[in-house]
Design a binder for this molecule. Sequence first.
Ligand code: IPE
Ligand code: IPE
Ligand code: MG
Length: 244
Amino acid sequence: MLFFKKKKAEVRAAVVLPEHIAIIMDGNGRWAKKRNLPRSSGHTAGAANFKTITRYAASIGVKYLTMYAFSTENWKRPQDEIGALMKLFQQYLREALDDFLEENIKVRFIGDVSVFPKELKKLIREVEEVSENRTGMVLNLAMNYGGRKEILRAFENIREDLQENKIQEVTEETVAEYLYTNGQPDPDLIIRPSGEQRLSNFLLWQSAYSEFVYFDILWPDFTPENLMQAIDIYSSRQRRFGGI
Ligand code: IPE
Ligand code: IPE
Ligand code: MG
């Protein structure tokens, strides 16, 4: 049996590295509950893991990484949980000012960040500015992000630009250009830990042909090895894009 396994590993096709990986960082609450801790402890653990996985993705050569941190629907949560999340965002963005310098990571934000508290918005601007000219992995942080809102915003801006004659026609490429991810390739691989098998309003337009891999592991427990596992699964998939 062992021999068979070994042989199988030897003949396994080479790993195909996705250019763009997107991760739905889910399961923090359940991770905390399992340990009889408040949900906010789960978010603290999840945020620490965000750094680990981001660094690892950059180290293996991923070009684009999109991390879903807060959805447009997450405002439905109790005030104390939202408060804890805002504090964590504040802390991590402050650290991000020099955190990802060594890895040469360029940080961008996708979502409507205009609603966040003033200090957070200032940090968001600073993090984008300080990393603007970096040439390594692009990290998209999805904060107050919702796929439907993103598409709606694109339609509104397209309508305006049509009226002002800035554009004459609307193609699929036009729509893509008006999304937050303008200029970036669509995600090749979307990973969701925590056991849920849904998109929860994540990258609705961009995910048309993404490969989806889910894990029965809660986000704070998700390891670099799990990321490699997901890449292995991705490598074994045959993408047809509607062809044969
Ligand atoms: C994901 O973990 C983090 C955010 C949505 C901000 P959850 O908080 O959704 O964790 P579960 O799904 O309740 O376990
Ligand atoms: C999706 O997780 C959003 C983030 C991970 C940021 P949710 O926990 O909000 O999704 P649902 O409610 O289970 O669909
Ligand atoms: Mg959840």
